[in-house]
Design a protein around this ligand. Structure first.
Ligand SMILES: Nc1ncnc2c1ncn2[C@@H]1O[C@H](COP(=O)(O)OP(=O)(O)OP(=O)(O)O)[C@@H](O)[C@H]1O
Ligand SMILES: [Mg+2]
Length: 271
C-alpha cells in the first residue's frame, strides 16, 4: 500500500513552475518515468523502442538520465558521443545520434556521472528540450528514458511528451514514489497524458490489482484516473538478457516480458 502520509489532498497553492503550454508538447515523444529507481525504466525504454522499430516505426531511444545513464550498458554499446558531449558543446545533438543496427533504431546515449538532470541550469534544460523537439521531427516515435526522482527538471522533461509512462512495481515505496511523481506532474502540468505500467508483476491479475491501488489513490486525492498502459510480468529472461548485454527481443523474442511490452506498444500506437 502506498504511504497515505504522502497522499493528502493537494494544496490549492499556485505551482512553483508555470504550466507547460500544450503546444510545447512533442506528440510523438514517450517518456519513461518512475519516482523510485531500479523499477525497470531503462529496460522498458529499450524494449519498447525495439518493439516499435520491429513494427516498422522509425524510432529513437533518447537516454535522458544524466546521473546513471545506462541504455548503452544494457545494450553493450560504446557510444562515440553522448548527451554529455552535447551539453559540453562539443557536438550537436543530431551528430550525437548513433545507429543501433541490430535493433533497427537510433540512440542518443546518456552520460553517466555527468551530473544529474536536476543540476542542469534552466538554459541547459531548455537546450535539451529544444534539441529533443528538433530531433523528434525526424522520427515516428522517440522514447526517452528519464532518471529516477521527481525533481522539477525530470518532470519538466517528462511533461513535454505526448505520453508519459510511469513505471511502478508492487513494492510500497515504488507505489508511493509513483504517486508522488503523478501528483506533482498533474498539478504543475495539467493535461499531461500520464499512463501507468506495472512492471515485475507475478501475473497479469496481480499487476492489475497493483494498478488499482495506485489508480484509486490518484482518483481519491487528485481527482484523476491515469489509465493502465499495461502489466509486465517478472521474467527471468529479462535479467539474463541484461546480464548478456543483448536486447531481450533478440535473445528471447517470444518470452512473456517481450509479449507484455508488445501489448503496451500496440496500445500506445492507438493513442
Ligand atoms: N519484467 C522484469 N522481469 C525481471 N526482472 C526485471 C524486469 N524488469 C526489470 N527487471 C530487473 O530490474 C533491474 C533494474 O532495471 P533498470 O535498470 O531498467 O531499472 P531503472 O528503473 O532504469 O533503474 P534506475 O532508476 O537505476 O535507472 C534490471 O537489471 C532487471 O534485473
Ligand atoms: Mg535506468
Amino acid at each position: 500500500m502506498p504511504n497515505t502520509a504522502t497522499m493528502t489532498k493537494p494544496a490549492p497553492a499556485a505551482p512553483a513552475v508555470a504550466p507547460l503550454h500544450p503546444n510545447l508538447r512533442i506528440p510523438n515523444v514517450i517518456t519513461i518515468a518512475s519516482g523510485k529507481g531500479g523499477v525497470g525504466k531503462t529496460w522498458v525504454a529499450v524494449t519498447l523502442v525495439h518493439t516499435l522499430a520491429k513494427k516498422g516505426y522509425k524510432s529513437l531511444l533518447f537516454d535522458g538520465d544524466l546521473g546513471l545513464a545506462n541504455v548503452d550498458i544494457q545494450l553493450g554499446l560504446l557510444p562515440k558521443h553522448d548527451l554529455g558531449s552535447v551539453l559540453a558543446g562539443t557536438v550537436s545533438m543530431a551528430d550525437a545520434v548513433a545507429r543501433y543496427t541490430d535493433g533497427g533504431f537510433d540512440i542518443l546515449a546518456g552520460k553517466s556521472g555527468s551530473g544529474a538532470l536536476a543540476l542542469l541550469s534552466g538554459d541547459r534544460l531548455n537546450m535539451v528540450r529544444d534539441g529533443l523537439a528538433a530531433l523528434a521531427r525526424r522520427y515516428d516515435r522517440v522514447v526517452v528514458d528519464l532518471g529516477a526522482g521527481i525533481e522539477t527538471h525530470v518532470r519538466t522533461l517528462a511533461a513535454t511528451a505526448g505520453i508519459v509512462l510511469v513505471v511502478a512495481t508492487d513494492e510500497p515505496t515504488s507505489l508511493t514514489d509513483a504517486y508522488a511523481f503523478i501528483k506533482v506532474t498533474a498539478m504543475q502540468h495539467p493535461g499531461t497524458d500520464i499512463r501507468i505500467v506495472i512492471n515485475q508483476a507475478d501475473n497479469a491479475r496481480e499487476g492489475r490489482r497493483t494498478y488499482e491501488t495506485l489508480r484509486k489513490a490518484c482518483e481519491q486525492f487528485l481527482s484523476i484516473s491515469p489509465p493502465l498502459a499495461g502489466v509486465i510480468r517478472t521474467d527471468s529472461k529479462v535479467k539474463d538478457s541484461i546480464r548478456a548485454q543483448v536486447p531481450l527481443l533478440i535473445r528471447y523474442p517470444t518470452c512473456n516480458a517481450a509479449a507484455d511490452v508488445e501489448a503496451i506498444a500496440s496500445s500506445l500506437l492507438v493513442r
